[in-house]
Design a protein around this ligand. Structure first.
Ligand code: DGL
Length: 261
């Protein structure tokens, strides 16, 4: 079993990337939809909600949780391992940074993220911590409206295009766009209409790296159960989650409602 946590539907898209590469495993997904969005909350609230969500999964016998939320990771990533010394909490944040570090030719990088992620400075901190030298010009765009669009599930294709274009038109001469919120890859089809350069999705990078991680940690790999079963939990409306989740995953979803204390 592989356990995923996010505030909402973004993590579902992340889990989809993992499932594509590792369909043999069983998966459990928990969304704290009741408290979504995390991105406009204060840092201490985000940290508490994140720890509560992770704890809920550990209470559900999780051995390892994948934090499929960049906002949560921005505030909990540094302390998550101290909080749970005997368990594994992996975040998808670092693989996105590693991808940029590999390419010295990047000049102007646009980071699309939530307000809280941008205010945390985690991206530039990690870039320098991991030895980033090329000093690209980072531009940050807060995009709370995009999270809202996805969570409401109500916008039609034209409305989504309109809001996406509003964000994309803000800068010129960008060579790379990082979708630094797990919700945004759900809109890749729309983003590609207005942005023709490289788009980096940290979740996809993380999914690829996960295979290496399992090879390095046979003690974890051996504990993962197989069979391809997927279970979905939300703290919000199970019905709403199932309807919108179904559109994102292109498969029938029957979510169950749970509480997180
Ligand atoms: N999916 C979350 C992320 O990756 C953010 C959405 C929210 O604001 O809750 O940052």
């Amino acid at each position: 079993m592989i356990w995923f946590f996010d505030s909402g539907f973004g993590g579902l898209q992340t889990m989809k990337d993992f499932q594509k590469l590792y369909p043999q495993y069983n998966y459990i997904f928990l969304a704290d939809s009741k408290n979504c969005p995390f991105g406009n909350k204060q840092w201490d609230t985000i940290k508490q909600l994140t720890f509560n969500g992770i704890q809920r999964l550990f209470d559900h016998w999780a051995k390892m949780v994948i934090l499929a939320c960049n906002t949560a990771a921005a505030y909990a990533v540094r302390s998550r391992q101290e909080q749970y010394p005997d368990k594994k909490v992996l975040s998808i944040t670092i693989p996105g940074v590693e991808k940029i570090l590999k390419d010295d030719n990047k000049k102007k990088i646009w980071i699309l993220a939530t307000q809280a992620t941008i205010l945390s400075n985690i991206y530039t901190d990690l870039f320098h911590k991991f030895g980033g030298k090329n000093n690209p010009d980072f531009q940050f765009i807060m995009a709370p409206k995009l999270v809202e669009l996805i969570e409401s599930g109500e916008a039609n294709q034209e409305e989504i295009d309109f809001v996406v274009q509003e964000h994309i038109n803000k800068f010129d001469n960008i060579d790379t766009l990082i979708l630094w919120c797990t919700h945004f890859p759900i809109l890749t089809r729309h983003i590609e209409k207005f942005f023709i350069w490289e788009i980096i999705d940290p979740s996809k990078e993380a999914a690829v790296k996960f295979g290496n991680y399992l090879e390095r940690h046979p003690e974890i790999k051996d504990q993962l159960t197989t069979g391809g079963q997927i279970t979905y939990y939300t703290t919000g409306s199970a019905e709403q989650f199932s309807i919108i989740g179904n559109r994102i995953k292109w498969e029938e979803i029957k979510a169950k409602q749970v509480e997180i204390k």
